[in-house]
Design a protein around this ligand. Structure first.
Ligand code: NAG
Ligand code: NAG
Length: 110
């Protein structure tokens, strides 16, 4: 298990080096819109959420290795507050979303 995680990390680094341009603008925009609706971030989680490096390395974000699209977003228990941007509905490869133990308002879009 640990080995496969290490391997996956290595693989994704390799991919990233060769595909810095392969970032999907829709996913990036969705993440930045999500960030813009956060009103409290005591743990400075979103400091890593800016233009670079690739959004796949932003705190709480996991991407698929091959296509470099967001597959998991895990911000559980990060003491965040704000509303949930409808833009996260544009993360079309998202498999799991964990926003539990925070103070979010609003609905999770389809
Ligand atoms: C990014 O994702 C959107 C929605 O899934 C898709 O329409 C678009 O073609 C993708 N762009 C790239 C560069 O892959
Ligand atoms: C993403 O979602 C928002 C709100 O649901 C929408 O307005 C926007 O056009 C969508 N598409 C892209 C490419 O960001």
């Amino acid at each position: 298990m640990l080995l496969s995680v290490v391997l996956a990390t290595k693989l994704s680094c390799t991919y990233e080096a060769t595909s810095a341009t392969l970032r999907n603008e829709t996913d990036m925009r969705a993440l930045l819109e999500f960030k813009s609706h956060i009103t409290e971030d005591y743990l400075a989680i979103f400091d890593s959420w800016n233009g670079s490096p690739h959004f796949c390395h932003w705190h709480g974000v996991t991407c698929g290795i091959k296509h470099q699209r967001v597959t998991h977003l895990n911000l559980k228990g990060k003491r965040l507050a704000g509303s949930i941007s409808p833009f996260i509905g544009n993360l079309s490869f998202l498999n799991s979303l964990d926003l539990s133990d925070n103070s979010f308002r609003g609905e999770i879009p389809e």
